[in-house]
Design a protein around this ligand. Sequence first.
Ligand code: ZN
Length: 137
Amino acid sequence: MTPTHIEHIGIAVRNLESAIGFYERILGLKCHKIEELPDQKVRAAFFRIDRITIELLEPVDNDGPVARFLEKKGEGMHHIAFAVDDLEKSLNEMGEKGIRLIDTVPRRGAGCMDIAFIHPESAGGVLVELCEKRNEK
Ligand code: ZN
């Protein structure tokens, strides 16, 4: 498997509105969507730059993955997501290579994507997400 591009970058923030301020007023990007993602217990703000989406992630719950990340590491880059053509196959290949997977089967992510996370332990300390557009199959 080889990713086709970087699909998005997730950034953990404590306060969505003030983080949006930096991206809009300082960088001049436009937030095109704010959406709650119950699955990840966050409220997310989306920005687009070229082909890449920036997702600002604010926890809505104290025991979600992003809330725990903030508690441990503070604000900062939370994960990087690579687009792949065949998510299921990619996961199987990685599993066979002994890569530690958080999701062994794809699950539904935001914006018509099937997603799966790879454990940072197997990915140089970075939480890696693989995603595949659902309607492309
Ligand atoms: Zn993501």
